[in-house]
Design a protein. Structure first.
Length: 430
């Protein structure tokens, strides 16, 4: 097992529940994992960490075109998936070094609970694009290339097993099925659960999705029916697709990232009523801190991170962070202590670094974490919601990286023979 600086690490992960994004590539023994970042290639900024104050000085950047937000989709193949790491009491490093075949992986150290396979061919390439646990932890949402969106529920016995924090070692692998399937209507750019989704309250069970040539749609997680739409329009009054979407922390607002604007909708008022903030760079992703609901942080394909005050939209970004060598694909805030929710993590395409920022003193990254990102696709990472100390990321090499943020310790688990683009912590289970 490899780790940062080629230093031998001892196992540090205990009873951790993950969900991994995968798909099948033509046969039942091989799986296809990949995700496209739906945008065109842009020139990368300098590799050095830079900061630009935009309150008084404009940044002149070339506006990117995203009318065809589909690039570098590749067919990926890999071997068996295991999406839960439980009771690792053995020396994982020695185990992985002794394995010579992919089919030998996942013996003892990992327990595979279930899998879902999609048939794939050269004519019809199915592969998943990330995965998100529902906020109540009862199901997983994923987008599949050329097969729409799927809501997948776990087998009932796993809920009982999780309540006791143990899993039978000889438990057979479950075949996961889609409880809800929204058919393909266009390339899915982004999707997000309603933050207070609870299966016992059907009215809260919904998610947002933005697809090519469509407005933002809200879908019912019980029936798969379209509930409503939030329509953004461009300068010639044509419907414009959002590249990135997210809910506000209280669920009252919807943020849509577009080529030249951030559009803010009232969740209770579908249609075209909105507030708009002009931007100079297309918005590729969002992040919101729980410490201040009047600000929003955005990523751009120029490799820059901008921080906006929603109370003063005409001022432009309060500040801009630069340090990545590719377009920003994913941002996440983390509360690393009870009084600190201003730690930001950022990742970019064709950039092996995840950067950690202190947004109160943002002159340079606090530290970085190395993974493998060799393509333009979005490689998700996530932070544990419970212990507030674990960072996990997939990679184009099929590895899962887990970092202990408190002790600066890294574990690398070989999950696939090829790309693993989606990882997500369960919201409540350890």
């Amino acid at each position: 097992m490899s780790s940062a600086g080629n230093t031998e690490m001892s196992p540090v992960i205990r009873n951790t529940t993950y969900s991994f994004s995968l798909n099948n590539n033509g046969n039942l023994d091989e799986m296809d994992l990949s995700m496209t970042v739906d945008e065109e290639d842009l020139q990368s900024p300098p590799k050095t960490s830079t900061i630009v104050k935009e309150n008084t000085t404009d940044i002149f950047l070339t506006e990117s075109s995203v009318e065809d937000v589909e690039a570098e989709e590749s067919l990926m193949q890999s071997e068996t998936l295991n999406d839960t790491n439980q009771n690792i009491d053995l020396d994982i490093s020695n185990q992985v070094e002794n394995l010579t075949k992919d089919e030998d992986l996942f013996q003892c150290a990992l327990v595979e609970l279930g899998r879902r396979l999609w048939d794939s061919s050269l004519e019809k390439q199915h592969y998943t694009k990330g995965c998100l646990w529902s906020p109540d932890g009862t199901c997983i949402l994923t987008a599949v290339h050329l097969d729409g969106m799927h809501v997948i529920e776990l087998p009932n016995d796993l809920y009982n097993t999780f309540s006791t924090q143990t899993i039978p070692s000889k438990r057979s692998v479950s075949t996961l099925t889609s409880a809800v399937h929204v058919k393909e209507g266009g390339t899915v750019y982004d999707y997000a659960w309603y933050p207070f989704m609870n299966s016992s309250a059907p009215e809260t069970c919904c998610w947002l999705a933005s697809r090519q040539h469509e407005p933002i749609h809200m879908w019912d997680a019980f029936t798969g029916e379209l509930r409503c739409s939030y329509r953004g329009y461009d300068s010639v009054d044509e419907v414009e697709s959002a590249i990135a979407i997210t809910f506000s922390n209280d669920g009252e607002k919807i943020f849509g990232g577009y080529k030249k604007s951030i559009k803010i909708f009232d969740t209770k008022v579908p249609g075209r009523d909105l507030n708009s903030i002009a931007v100079k760079q297309a918005i590729s992703c969002f992040a919101l801190t729980t410490d201040n609901d009047r600000t929003v942080t955005t990523g751009s394909w120029q490799g820059l991170i901008n921080h906006y005050d929603l109370r003063a939209p005409k001022l432009g970004p309060l500040f801009t962070l630069g340090g990545h060598t590719g377009g920003i694909t994913w941002l996440r805030y983390a509360a690393l202590s009870e009084s600190d929710s201003w730690t930001l993590f950022s990742g970019a395409r064709k950039d092996n670094k995840i950067l950690e920022w202190d947004m109160r003193n943002y002159t340079e990254p606090v530290r970085d974490f190395t993974r493998n990102v060799a393509t333009n696709q979005r490689i998700y990472f996530d932070l544990s919601p419970q212990e507030k100390r674990w960072l996990v990321s997939g990679g184009t090499d099929g590895n899962i990286h887990i970092w202990d943020l408190e002790n600066n310790v890294e574990e690398v688990l070989k999950i696939h023979g090829d790309c693993c683009n989606g990882v997500n912590f369960h919201p409540s289970l350890p």
